[in-house]
Design a protein around this ligand. Structure first.
Ligand SMILES: CC(C)(COP(=O)(O)OP(=O)(O)OC[C@H]1O[C@@H](n2cnc3c(N)ncnc32)[C@H](O)[C@@H]1OP(=O)(O)O)[C@@H](O)C(=O)NCCC(=O)NCCS
Length: 181
């Protein structure tokens, strides 16, 4: 990942996370409503785990992932995060991840953030394909992706494990040639 640019939309600023965001990151990812379908990572139970998560995302140069904090301009407060994982430069693809505090759901906030992020992915990172993996019951997230033009490709069976239980995940993707149509 190269130096992470700040992105701006009508209502939002997407900026790199810093250690000053630790309280928000802890509160946000330990909220069971936000974490319900985020099976990649266990929700933090201690503040230092949130700090560790932020350190992981700091200085993304040369790495295959990044993360922006999503700032609600009206209050200058963080309301969520989003970013790319598994950037494969040889094959021009990466996977997206995103999460928003419940108070802001259903107002098109994440669609606004992802449009800016996808534009960055296709234009600055040179991606040809963006993957998304979603819990099949996360209808809000699937609706969001389909609104942005992502297509369903199939079901990955028993793809994640949490607390001894396996969960299927749906694979969706958006190609550069479909973007902006
Ligand atoms: C998924 C998430 C980011 C959606 O954010 P959001 O800002 O509410 O999304 P948007 O308002 O931009 O779009 C949601 C779209 O989903 C659809 N939708 C909303 N509620 C829905 C529901 N109950 N059932 C089905 N579709 C629904 C609609 O198409 C809506 O688009 P609209 O604006 O045209 O109505 C948010 O719910 C979240 O952070 N959840 C917790 C973390 C998470 O699950 N992340 C994704 C992991 S894959």
């Amino acid at each position: 990942m190269d130096e992470l640019s700040q992105l701006e939309t009508e209502r939002l600023i997407l900026r790199p996370l810093t250690l000053e965001d630790t309280d928000f990151v802890f509160r946000h990812f330990s909220d069971p409503v936000v974490a319900r379908y985020l099976l990649d990572e266990e929700p933090p139970t201690r503040r230092d785990q949130a700090e560790e998560l932020i350190r992981f995302y700091m200085d993304p140069i040369g790495k295959a992932y990044n993360r922006w904090g999503i700032v609600w301009k009206a209050t200058d407060a963080l309301v969520g995060t989003c970013g790319f994982h598994w950037w494969n430069r040889q094959h021009f693809r990466a996977q997206i991840g995103y999460d928003l505090g419940q108070a802001h759901w259903g107002q098109g906030v994440m669609a606004e953030a992802l449009r800016a992020m996808l534009c960055y992915g296709f234009e600055e990172m040179g991606l040809n394909r963006v993957d998304a993996l979603v819990h099949p019951e996360n209808r809000r997230s699937i609706g969001l992706l389909e609104k942005l033009g992502f297509q369903r490709e199939g079901l990955l069976r028993e793809y994640y494990n949490r607390a001894g239980e396996f969960f299927d995940h749906m694979l969706l993707s958006l190609l550069r040639g479909e973007w902006g149509r």
